[in-house]
Design a protein around this ligand. Structure first.
Ligand code: PMV
Length: 317
């Protein structure tokens, strides 16, 4: 067994959240400015699998953790899934995980944690996982967190490149004709995706034709956004983000703070802005021209964002 380390990035959803649960396309991109790393090293004989979450100062012995332990889902469950997948016995191994992804902010920290743990563990056992093998395993972890996830979060985090995603189909990569910059502003309010997804489900069940029409329009926006990114016609992206946000408001998953952050970004010069992810908290994203990044960032902080990250969506190598 060799010492090994692995990582996984955060993620943002650019277009199509919620509607993606109902079969519409969505676009997501990795957020590579933040990531989880997992380092595996051999442990003393008989130590079993020990997982150390360095940022939290928590250490868990996998064989002794009960499913209702606070860190079971995040740390132990991913490791168990890999051992089952590889039909491997509990190894004597120490895994140290570190994360710079803010938790409960809709940036994919849970899926990235699982992906990094799984990659490091499998590689340390001499059986590195391909992205195709890893993706369904991370999806299993997502199911525990979210109930009925569409699969977009695990997919973009595992493949670590922009994806066009339709539930139940293989993820499609697409070309980025011209790079563009997104600011990612964290509202500081945590909001479980499980709850907003359930509320949208209730709305849908109460009035299927109205909700299906909203989802269909969001799907059209995601398709139009893909065409614009592929053609490099970025002028249309901002208005598409604004319209997608308005539709998410109609789905009741925005909040006063998210609306205010989006409007602040637009007023400060962003080309468009929308909430990203489950909503009612978490993050908003804003499309900016490079010279406007600093003033829009300052305005977002002023308006209550607890942190503002920047990411550049680049043409694939
Ligand atoms: O995990 P979040 O909060 O970034 O959002 C996931 C996106 C949803 O479309 C709301 C749910 C899903 O499973 O796709």
């Amino acid at each position: 067994m060799v010492a090994i380390s692995a990582s996984a990035p955060g993620k943002i959803i650019l277009f199509g959240e919620h509607a993606v649960v109902y079969g519409q396309p969505a676009i997501a991109a990795p957020l590579t400015t933040v990531q989880v790393t997992a380092a595996a090293e051999p442990g003393p004989p008989g130590s079993g699998l020990v997982i150390h979450a360095a940022d939290l100062g928590q250490t868990v012995v996998a064989a002794q953790a009960a499913p209702d332990d606070p860190f079971f889902d995040a740390l132990v469950h991913p490791a168990q899934l890999v051992l089952e997948h590889l039909r491997a016995p509990m190894p004597d191994l120490r895994l140290t995980v570190r994360s710079t992804i803010p938790v409960a902010s809709g940036l994919g920290s849970g899926a990235a944690l699982a992906a990094a743990i799984m990659r490091a563990l499998a590689a340390a056992l001499g059986a590195p996982l391909s992205d195709e093998a890893l993706n369904p395993l991370v999806y299993e972890v997502e199911k525990r967190h979210h109930g009925t996830p569409s699969g977009i979060d695990n997919t973009v985090i595992v493949y670590a490149r922009p994806v066009y995603f339709v539930r139940g189909t293989a993820p499609q990569t697409f070309s980025v004709a011209r790079p563009f910059t997104l600011l990612v502003a964290d509202s500081g309010q945590s909001s479980p995706t499980r709850l907003t997804v359930a509320d949208v489900r209730r709305l849908h069940d109460a009035d299927p034709p109205r909700l299906d029409a909203l989802f269909a329009r969001i799907g059209e926006i995601a398709r139009a956004a893909r065409r614009a990114i592929e053609a490099g016609t970025l002028d249309s992206l901002g208005p598409l983000m604004d319209e997608n946000h308005a539709l998410l408001r109609e789905l009741t998953v925005s909040s006063d703070l998210l609306d205010r952050l989006c409007q602040t970004a637009r007023d400060a010069g962003a080309r468009g802005a929308k909430l990203s992810g489950g909503g009612r908290g978490g993050t908003i994203i804003a499309l900016v021209d490079e010279p406007d990044a600093a003033p829009v960032t300052a305005a977002l902080r002023q308006a209550g964002a607890v942190r503002v990250l920047s990411t550049r969506i680049q043409p694939s190598p």
